[in-house]
Design a binder for this molecule. Structure first.
Ligand SMILES: [Zn+2]
Ligand SMILES: [Zn+2]
Length: 295
């Protein structure tokens, strides 16, 4: 299995001299199995440069799994060049959002309406199939099995485990660790604690033992104090997740758009001191655009 980061930025693309090293594109991760099955996690702006590499692999068969439909995870899809080319087959998977009562197809079609984009969905030349997933559904793409689990974010967000030939990875999409909405001493505090540990147990069961965990670590602990409830994790929370799920390595992603390379480097060096590998922390890294992991 080969994994490559095409976009590691959260919220909005942030090109410029301060983000040359880690990259400015929003979320997109390419996964290719040993058999050559093409899987893409999220369609942020990073999917546009990825799409050019697919032009040497036509006709393309490709499966795109959307964690959730916030802009930074779908905005690149209209610029995914293979959708304009006949004989390509693109499968797009995602959730049904119970609040908006819209499926991934509804939301993607809206994004292609003529006031947003010059080419309408009906005019796309590739065969495009939408698939609405239910929680914990496993789908097969070639040699890969992809299983989702509900994460914690303001819109319904699936994390995905991809497994192939005995290797596995998990991507959280956007995720904030569950926290108790009651204060200690409140009537429902203990009950809510039980709910959290039940939900976390289910999540860890899906993530358990993966070779690579890619997780939302958007905030520092200080930032999180004023951004609790915004739906994102921290370096500390992703390390806790990695330990609880006994993963082999951790890549932190969804970097804040205001965070330059120097700032990210500093945060990483501080984290290496604070969470030494000798304390049982799995090896951890900052996700970097263009970086490739071979499993
Ligand atoms: Zn995001
Ligand atoms: Zn989001």
């Amino acid at each position: 299995m080969r994994i490559r980061f095409w976009g590691v930025r959260g919220s909005i693309a942030s090109p410029g001299p301060k983000t040359v090293k880690y990259g400015g594109n929003t979320t997109c991760i390419e996964v290719e199995t040993d058999e050559g099955d093409h899987i893409v996690l999220d369609a942020g702006t990073g999917i546009a440069p990825l799409s050019f590499t697919y032009l040497s692999k036509l006709p393309l068969s490709c499966s795109i799994f959307i964690t959730h439909t916030h802009w930074d995870h779908i905005q690149g899809l209209p610029f995914f060049v293979p959708i304009f080319i006949p004989n390509n087959k693109i499968d797009i998977y995602g959730a049904f959002d119970p609040i908006s009562r819209k499926s991934v197809k509804d939301i993607m079609s809206t994004q292609m309406e003529y006031c947003f984009f010059p080419v309408r969905e009906a005019e796309l030349k590739a065969e495009i199939n939408y698939h609405t997933l239910v929680e914990k559904q496993t789908v097969t793409v070639g040699s890969a099995k992809i299983t989702n689990i509900l994460m914690n974010h303001p819109v319904l967000n699936y994390g995905y485990r991809i497994e192939s030939n005995g290797k596995a990875m998990f991507f959280t999409g956007d995720n904030e660790p569950l926290y108790n909405i009651y204060e200690p001493g409140d009537d429902y505090f203990a009950e809510y604690e039980n709910l959290i540990s039940f939900k976390n147990g289910q999540m860890y069961d899906i993530i358990r033992g993966v070779d690579v965990l890619i997780a939302d670590a958007a905030y520092t602990e200080d930032e999180y104090k004023i951004k609790r409830g915004w739906g994102h994790g921290t370096i500390k929370s992703t390390i806790a997740m990695a330990k609880a799920a006994e993963v082999k390595s951790l890549y932190m992603t969804h970097h804040e758009p205001t965070r330059g390379d120097d700032n990210l480097e500093q945060l990483y060096q501080d984290a290496l001191k604070q969470y030494p590998l000798s304390s049982g922390t799995p090896p951890f890294f900052l996700a970097q655009e263009g970086h490739e992991i071979i499993l």
